[in-house]
Design a protein around this ligand. Structure first.
Ligand SMILES: Nc1ncnc2c1ncn2[C@@H]1O[C@H](COP(=O)(O)OP(=O)(O)OP(=O)(O)O)[C@@H](O)[C@H]1O
Ligand SMILES: [Mg+2]
Length: 510
C-alpha cells in the first residue's frame, strides 16, 4: 500500500466570477495529522468540500486517489461509505433534536424497520464515553453550549468510523478546556490509525498537534513540510506571502476624558432565577481609548457587554452614563441612537443575513447615513463606502453584490465588522473580533482599530487571546466568574499577571 492515504492532483474549482482552487495538489500520509493552513478565502474549506462529496465529481477538475484508488464521489453519503468524514466550519446539528438523534441521523439503528431509540441511546453513550465526553445523549442540542455542540459534532463524525477525519476549524468556539479534550481525542484517534486533516488559524494548536503542514494561498499550493522543520513565523510568511515584521501595529493615539461609564452591572441567568452571571461590575471608558476585557470563556464578558448594548435576552440591572449623563438603553436600536455599536461574538446568529449581498449587509442598518435631503438613498456614496471597506479590511469577494453565504467564514466576519464601522459609532464594542480570522487580516483589523481610536472613537474589545489583549489595549480589565478581578494600565503588565487574575487568583487593582 502506498504511504499516502490521500492524493489530490491539480484540483481546480470555479464559482461564478472566482477561481477558488487553481491546480491544487495535496497529499496526506496514512496515520498522520496534517494541518491545512491559509488565509481567509485561500480555498481550504472548498478543497475539503470536494474531498467529502459536498461538491461532487464533475463539478471540479483534477484527480483524487484514496487508498490508491481513484475517488469518485456523488454525495456526502458516498464519502462516508469510503470512510471520509468531515466536521464543517459551520455547525450543522439540528438544534431541536437530541444529541443521540443528531449523532445517528441518517444511520438510525432499527429493529424490524422501526427506529430503535434505546439502542440509539446506548450507542451514543458508548461513543461519548469513549472520548470522556460528559454529555447526556437525551439532551436537546439547543440546550448545549456552542463548545459542547462542537464536541457532539465530532462524536457524530467518529460514529461513522472514518479512516480519514476532516476538521474544518473545530476549535474556534471551544473553551480552553474543550480544546484540550479535542486535542487529546485526536491524539488517541491517531494511535488507532485514523488519519486527520486539521484546519485552524490557531498556529499554536497546529504546532502542537500536526505532523505535517500544507499552506495554500489564493487557491494555490504554496508548500508542504514536516512540522518539525517549521516555525509559526515560517507558516505565517508562507500564508501571507511576506514577513510580518510585527503582529500588532501599535500606534500612538490621544486618550481623552472619561466619556462613558458603566456602574454596578448585574446580569442574571436566563434559566436559573436569581443566579448572577455578572456581579457588580463597573468601569470607565475614555475618549479614544481601547479597553480590553480579558477572562476565561464563561467569565461573563459577553453577558456584560450585550446587556450594556441592550441585546441580552435576560434580566440585568445597572446604570450607564454617556458624557456624564445617565442614559437608558433598552434595546440595540437605543444603543445605536447613542452611537454605540457592537460586533457580537456569534456573528452568524446576530450579525448577518446570509442571502443578502455583501453591500446590503454592510449598509442595511446604516441607510440613515445615505439619505439625501428628499429621502432617497444616495447610492453613489453608499457604494464608495462599501468599496472602501472591502479594500480596507481586505474582504475577499468577487463582487459587492455577491451573497454573503458564498463568502469564506473569515470573510463573512469581516463583513459584520465593516457593517458596524460604517455606522460611524462613538463607542465600538467588539466581542472576540478576530476569532477565525487569519493573521494578515488580523493585522488589518488592528490597524483599523488604531485609526478609529485616533479619530476619538472609544473601543471595548473582549478577547480570549492574551497576546491580542496586550498587543492592542490601552487599559485592561480582567473578569473571573462574573466579577471584575483586576484593572491594569497596559504598561508593565504581563500575560502571567492577567492569567493569574483570570483564573481567580489574587485581585490586582492598580
Ligand atoms: N458557494 C460559493 N460560491 C461562490 N464563491 C465561493 C463559494 N464558496 C467559496 N467561495 C469563494 O471561494 C474562495 C475560497 O473560499 P473557502 O471557503 O474555501 O476559503 P477558506 O480558506 O476556507 O477561508 P476561511 O479561513 O475564511 O474559512 C473564497 O474567495 C470564497 O468567497
Ligand atoms: Mg473555511
Amino acid at each position: 500500500m502506498s504511504e499516502y492515504i490521500l492524493e489530490m492532483y491539480n484540483i481546480t474549482k470555479e464559482f461564478p466570477g472566482i477561481r477558488a482552487l487553481d491546480n491544487v495538489s495535496f497529499k496526506v500520509k496514512r496515520g498522520e495529522i496534517h494541518a491545512l493552513c491559509g488565509e481567509n478565502g485561500a480555498g481550504k474549506s472548498t478543497l475539503m468540500k470536494i474531498l467529502s462529496g459536498v461538491y461532487p465529481y464533475g463539478t471540479y477538475s483534477g484527480d483524487i486517489f484514496f487508498n490508491g484508488e481513484k475517488l469518485i464521489l456523488h454525495s456526502i453519503k458516498d464519502a462516508e461509505k469510503k470512510g471520509i468524514a468531515i466536521i464543517h466550519q459551520e455547525l450543522a446539528l439540528i438544534k431541536e433534536l437530541s444529541v443521540k438523534e443528531n449523532i445517528f441521523i441518517g444511520n438510525e439503528p432499527n429493529k424490524n424497520g422501526i427506529v430503535d431509540f434505546d439502542q440509539m441511546y446506548l450507542n451514543a453513550k458508548k461513543i461519548l464515553q469513549q472520548f470522556n465526553l460528559d454529555i447526556d445523549p437525551n439532551t436537546l442540542v439547543k440546550n448545549l453550549g456552542v463548545g459542547q455542540q462542537q464536541l457532539v459534532e465530532i462524536a457524530k463524525a467518529l460514529s461513522k468510523s472514518a479512516s480519514l477525519l476532516i476538521l474544518d476549524e473545530p476549535t474556534s468556539s471551544l473553551t480552553e478546556a474543550d480544546v484540550e479534550i479535542l486535542l487529546k481525542i485526536l491524539k488517541k484517534l491517531k494511535e488507532n490509525g485514523v488519519t486527520c486533516i486539521y484546519i485552524s488559524h490557531k498556529l499554536d494548536e497546529v504546532m502542537e498537534i500536526a505532523d505535517t503542514v500544507t499552506v495554500i494561498r489564493d487557491g494555490k499550493t504554496i508548500g508542504t513540510d514536516s512540522a518539525k522543520n517549521l516555525t509559526k513565523e515560517k507558516i505565517i510568511s508562507m500564508m501571507v506571502g511576506r514577513e510580518l515584521s510585527q503582529l500588532y501595529p501599535r500606534e500612538k493615539h490621544f486618550i481623552g476624558e472619561v466619556f462613558f461609564e458603566v456602574r454596578d452591572f448585574n446580569v442574571y441567568d436566563t434559566k436559573i432565577q436569581n443566579r448572577r452571571i455578572v456581579k457588580n461590575v463597573s468601569f470607565k471608558l475614555r475618549k479614544g481609548e481601547i479597553l480590553g476585557i480579558a477572562g476565561l470563556i464563561g467569565a461573563g464578558r459577553t453577558e456584560l457587554v450585550s446587556s450594556i448594548f441592550g441585546s441580552y435576552p435576560g434580566k440585568w440591572t445597572g446604570d450607564v452614563y454617556l458624557e456624564g449623563k445617565k442614559i437608558i438603553i433598552k434595546n440595540p436600536s437605543d444603543a445605536l441612537k447613542y452611537g454605540i455599536a457592537m460586533v457580537p461574538e456569534d456573528r452568524k446568529k446576530e450579525g448577518l443575513i446570509s442571502l443578502m449581498s455583501v453591500k446590503e449587509n454592510m449598509t442595511i442598518s446604516n441607510l440613515e447615513n445615505y439619505k439625501k435631503i428628499i429621502g432617497t438613498i444616495n447610492e453613489n456614496r453608499e457604494l464608495l463606502d462599501v468599496k472602501d471597506y472591502i479594500k480596507k479590511i481586505n474582504i475577499k469577494t468577487s463582487h459587492f453584490s455577491t451573497q454573503v453565504k458564498n463568502l469564506s467564514g473569515g470573510n463573512q466576519q469581516k463583513v459584520v465588522l465593516a457593517k458596524n464601522l460604517l455606522s460611524k459609532p462613538k463607542i465600538l464594542i467588539l466581542d472576540e473580533p478576530t476569532r477565525g480570522i487569519d493573521v494578515g487580516a488580523k493585522y488589518e483589523i488592528y490597524k483599523l482599530m488604531f485609526s478609529l481610536a485616533k479619530e476619538g472613537i472609544s473601543i471595548i474589545m473582549i478577547s480570549s487571546e492574551l497576546p491580542e489583549i496586550l498587543g492592542i489595549s490601552d487599559r485592561i480589565i480582567v473578569m473571573h466568574e462574573g466579577e471584575k478581578k483586576g484593572e491594569f494600565e497596559n504598561k508593565n503588565v504581563t500575560q502571567e499577571m492577567i492569567m493569574q487574575c483570570a483564573i481567580g487568583g489574587r485581585s490586582n487593582n492598580d
